[in-house]
Design a protein around this ligand. Structure first.
Ligand code: SF4
Length: 348
């Protein structure tokens, strides 16, 4: 790959070697005026990762390409100084999504070179792709459609469309970036980046509060049971929930009155977010096909490993919806007729 391609894919091994061979020391990157633009772009990568995603700037010459390439280690160092799981996941996901668009434009030969960088044994052509099943298992998306049993396999090679292969590569990129964060950063470098770090922390707090308060302002998030809080914190930090946890969370939120758009927006940080599919699933759980689903009981939650973080209120209920109502009553948020004050609604 030349420097222009390395600028687009700064997480490949060739990019690391290229940067190591450049004639400067790490601390110069964070102190010299000549690198101010690189530092700015590195910060922008992290801020955009928490927003609408990382867009690639126009690169017209080698200087632009080097600047874009160097902004990647700056971004990683910024993320590492903060060292927050939510930020690491959001950043890794955004870099991988950004790479996805660029991978689609790569010619077959470059795509093969890219796969080799990830030690992926693949045969690639415009018509279709096949890869060894052991590589497929490493990076396949966690979804029934991607289960090995649902794929066509021949002599250990799994057949995929080119688009599916690129989706696999996106996951490989995400895992590589996430597993290599945080990096060790000397404290004096984090100190030199103080202003940029504060800006990123402020943005993180804004994103978190938008998620946790604005989405739920018409309902009572402080009454959510521990299992729901756990699932929500996973979603907000980009964890790919199991199917059963996703169903439990979605049905719970629908049952307490959250709207469909709010729930779809909530899943928008998931590694496999697909708006159309998510909308279908949420509407299905809501009753779009004639069956209105109630969220699972505590015993079902326990069976599927989704009962997490039980507290004292859990001892008095048998259903997460019962928890929600009991907690509302305990906090004085329930309806105030005498009867309901003495006997909080039981939906268990
Ligand atoms: S006992 Fe029920 S409400 Fe409490 S955490 Fe477990 S599943 Fe959730």
């Amino acid at each position: 790959m030349d420097v222009f391609e390395l600028a687009n894919f700064p997480f490949v091994n060739g990019a690391l070697r290229y940067v190591e061979e450049l004639d400067f020391k790490l601390d110069e990157l964070f102190s010299e005026l000549a690198f101010e633009g690189v530092r700015g772009r590195g910060k922008e990568r992290v801020l955009h990762a928490m927003g609408d995603g990382i867009e690639k700037p126009g690169i017209s010459d080698e200087t632009d390409a080097k600047m874009e390439l160097l902004s990647y280690p700056v971004a990683r160092i910024l993320v590492s100084c903060i060292n927050d799981a939510f930020l690491i996941r959001r950043y890794s996901l955004a870099e991988a999504k950004s790479a996805h668009e660029l991978l689609r434009k790569l010619p077959v030969a470059s795509l093969k070179e890219f796969a080799t960088d990830f030690s992926i044994d693949a045969e690639i052509s415009e018509q279709g792709t096949s890869m060894h099943f052991t590589d497929y298992i490493r990076f396949a998306v966690r979804d029934p459609k991607w289960k090995l049993i649902n794929r066509t396999m021949d002599h250990g090679m799994v057949h995929l469309s080119k688009e599916e292969f690129i989706r696999i590569m996106e996951e490989a990129v995400r895992k590589r970036i996430e597993s290599n964060l945080p990096v060790d950063v000397p404290p004096e470098i984090c100190a030199a980046l103080g202003t940029a770090l504060q800006e990123i922390r402020n943005e993180m707090e804004t994103r978190r509060s938008e998620f946790s308060i604005e989405e739920f302002k018409e309902i009572m998030p402080d009454c959510f049971p521990p299992c729901v809080v756990h699932a929500l914190s996973g979603v907000s930090s980009g964890v790919n929930l199991t199917h059963s946890a996703r169903f439990a969370l979605t049905s719970f939120l629908l049952n307490i009155g959250m709207n469909v758009e709010g729930i779809i927006g909530m899943f928008n940080v998931s590694p496999d977010f697909d708006e159309e599919r998510t909308r279908y699933q949420v509407l299905h759980i809501q009753g779009g096909t004639g069956t209105t689903y109630k969220s699972p009981s505590c015993s079902t939650m326990l069976t599927y490993g989704n009962c997490i973080g039980k507290d004292s209120v859990c001892e008095r209920i048998a259903h997460p919806l019962g928890y929600y109502r009991k907690k509302a009553w305990l906090l004085g948020k329930g309806k105030t007729t005498d009867n309901q004050d003495k006997n909080p609604p039981d939906v268990s």
